[in-house]
Design a protein around this ligand. Structure first.
Ligand SMILES: C[S@@+](CC[C@H](N)C(=O)[O-])C[C@H]1O[C@@H](n2cnc3c(N)ncnc32)[C@H](O)[C@@H]1O
Length: 666
């Protein structure tokens, strides 16, 4: 039968019509002649995209909270240059009125040209240091940067000289001082900061977006969110912000110092007369198309009505449909609230173009997020915000000041340092903990202890694993970058039966199981008995025992207990085994037409012509060229992930399985 290779997908097709075309196209890829395979594959991809969009459209229904959203407003522009949003001088009294009305304000000329340049140079220097081969002046090397993590560095806070100097800059201080209401009636003020109204600045990061006009893959993701748990902010849930101590109190303590600097932003609670703000110190001119901050002006006026319409936090804990918004709970009672890409609030958001050296501040109750860069310019900025010292209890403020002193090391302290960082006495320095040498096994136990202290829900468990990997010790898990491709494969296939080889501590098992429909399940197999037990504990903590079971052994020892075929299989145990294992899975009948096989750690040897088994290249060659799979490869940071969909009869066994026991289960 001749192949339908048209790449024109008609508009307006229904979900069942698109499903029919998609399945037919998948079948055609397997039977297509070599010359047509590529075009058939493109047709599959286009139909898949159209099908996902049609499904999203069919899921849309009206939500009560939509009626609480603010009116759409146009933002006042700068009279001298309408490409920028209106900005204010530091002593302009109208700035605060603007801030009250719109929920944000831009102060101009907060950093001078030299300070901006020095900060940008420092950011590039630290990127060059951590990215072998990267050169700021050489566009050909910019592909080495990643657009994951919104152009942010991996660590949760940065302490380099100019970044730290900006935190003590008198003009940064004045801008924060202008918008933060002053505190009154603080009795018995016991603090390393001189005054309850000292502005304490946050220790945060920077971001760099690459020019994305012609390089779509350089564009960062787009989103809208709130950096608070709305129920905690409104006092409906408790905050533990005053328990933060900004330091590893000891082995097994999950409080990493840098994580607490993040928690102090997201675990705030509204109080009479206190306003919480967030800020972006913009380092180079940032026009509409350059990407960066967008805000929903006026949302702070609607926050409480919106929250009431949302109902209880428990009904907003997970994103079960594409249209759902949801709260991600984080440490100390804090969290963030995520808006789905289908929420009409996106139409109310506005980009805030601003000049280099300007400081954008917004009320933390303003829904905000980021737009991708679609221009030929970079976007580079530092995140700084602040709060009044009188907000902290003595325990938190003394611990915080000590931690900041430790983290800033010998960097110069300027005149405002006592106000913005506090003046902890040397004698108060806690004695440094002796660094304990951790073997791989200790590291795994430690990671699990930490993860089991996170809120017991899948997203928080994943976050805890990721934080541990970045802030404490590296872990052998698929991670968030490649994990997103694994998620996409699960969402696309909607499998009923899944199998994973190589559970480690359960990170990827949680990733897969959290996306499974009711009645679907995952078997995750791990040869190491301790790791298998840890995976079981992780799954239990994440509330996923109804969807996933951890088994100890290997495919060969456990195949008699498994009932295939599987619709999704994740290979993440040993690259050298992948080729043998996929052929064994085929022989067992565990792979059928449409089974998605995902394999991690492919391509790390970086040799296009490699055929070796040991680095997974022989496996990659097999799924790409045997004709049994339609296969796609995605890069992570060091290596990549291969997603292969089995095609028609071609995927069935060419050799017979040696189990001898499977017939009892088939
Ligand atoms: C890279 S880690 C798995 C990471 C995990 N999938 C994640 O992303 O969180 C590899 C794991 O496979 C296990 N392993 C190695 N060979 C195996 C085999 N033949 N069968 C099952 N597990 C195996 C190792 O003990 C190790 O825990």
């Amino acid at each position: 039968m001749p192949c339908d290779v048209s790449l024109d997908i008609p508009d307006g097709l229904s979900v069942p019509e698109l499903e029919g075309l998609y399945n037919a196209a998948l079948r055609q890829v397997a039977s297509a002649a070599a010359a047509e395979k590529r075009r058939c594959g493109e047709r599959v991809a286009l139909l898949g995209k159209a099908l996902r969009a049609a499904k999203r459209r069919s899921e849309r229904t009206e939500r009560p909270e939509w009626s609480t959203y603010p009116e759409l407003v146009a933002l006042p522009r700068c009279p001298e240059d309408a490409r920028y949003v209106q900005s204010f001088g530091l002593d302009d009294a109208q700035a605060v009125d603007f801030f009250q009305e719109y929920g944000f304000v831009v102060f101009r000329d907060v950093l001078d040209a030299q300070e901006c340049e020095a900060t940008v140079a420092e950011i590039w220097a630290s990127l060059e240091e951590r990215t072998p081969g990267l050169r700021r002046q050489d566009r050909e090397t910019w592909h080495l940067l990643s657009s994951e993590r919104y152009g942010l560095p991996e660590e949760q806070a940065v302490f380099t000289p100019q970044i730290v100097a900006n935190r003590q800059n008198p003009r940064v201080y004045a801008a924060l001082d202008a918008v933060l209401p002053r505190m009154h009636h603080i009795e018995d003020f016991d603090s390393p900061h001189p005054d309850p109204n000292s502005v304490v600045v946050t220790q945060d990061r920077w971001c760099l977006y690459r020019p994305g006009r012609s390089e779509e893959s350089w564009r960062t993701a787009e989103n809208l969110h709130l950096d608070v748990n709305p129920w905690t902010y409104a006092g409906l849930k408790a905050t533990e912000i005053e328990s933060l101590r900004y330091g590893c109190a000891g082995f097994g303590d999950h409080r990493f110092p840098l994580q607490d600097f993040r928690a102090e932003l997201t675990a705030v609670q509204g109080k009479e007369g206190v306003q919480h703000v967030q800020g972006v110190l913009n380092l180079i001119d940032n026009l509409e198309e350059d990407g960066g901050t967008r805000l929903v002006p006026g949302f702070h006026h609607c926050f409480h009505g919106w929250l009431e319409a949302l109902g209880d936090m428990d009904q907003n804990l997970a994103q079960s449909g594409q249209q759902d918004n949801w709260v991600l709970r984080r440490a100390a009672g804090g969290g963030s609230f995520k808006f789905s890409n289908l929420d009409p609030i996106h139409q109310l958001s506005r980009r805030v173009p601003l000049r280099g050296g300007s400081f954008l501040l917004w009320n933390q109750l303003l829904v905000h997020g980021s737009c991708a860069n679609r221009s030929e310019n970079f976007r580079i900025a530092q995140f700084i915000t602040g709060f009044r010292a009188g907000e902290m209890t003595p325990g938190r403020s003394w611990a915080r000041a000590r931690a900041v002193r430790r983290l800033c090391g010998a960097l110069p302290r300027q005149k405002l340092a006592p106000h913005v960082f506090g003046e902890a006495e040397e004698a108060d320095e806690p004695r440094p903990e002796p660094e304990r040498e951790l073997g791989a096994r200790d590291r795994q136990s430690w990671a699990c202890e930490v993860v089991l202290q996170s809120p017991g829900e899948p997203e928080a468990v994943l976050q805890a694993f990721e934080d541990f990997h970045v802030q404490c010790r590296p872990l052998l898990q698929v991670g968030p970058v490649k994990g997103r491709h694994l998620d996409a494969a699960v969402r696309r296939r909607r499998p009923r039966r899944c199998l994973e080889l190589g559970s480690f501590l359960g990170y990827s098992a949680v990733r897969i199981a959290r996306l499974l429909d009711d009645g679907a399940f995952l078997y995750t197999i791990e040869q190491d008995a301790d790791n298998a037990a840890r995976t079981a504990a992780t799954l239990e903590h994440a509330g996923l025992t109804g969807k996933a079971t951890a088994l100890c052994g290997t495919l060969q020892t456990l195949q008699c207990q498994l009932e295939g075929p599987f619709e999704l299989i994740f290979l993440d145990h040993s690259k050298a085994l992948y080729l043998d294992e996929i052929q064994h899975l085929e022989a067992l009948g565990f792979i059928e037409d449409g089974t998605t096989v995902v394999a991690d750690n492919i391509g790390g040897c970086n040799r296009g012509d490699c055929r070796r088994v040991s680095c997974g290249c022989a496996y990659a060659r097999y799924v790409r060229s045997s004709g049994r799979y339609v296969s796609e490869f995605f890069w992570g940071s060091r290596d990549g992930i291969e997603v292969s969909v089995a095609q028609g009869r071609g995927c069935q066994a060419t050799r017979s399985a040696d189990s001898g026991c499977r017939s009892a289960f088939a």
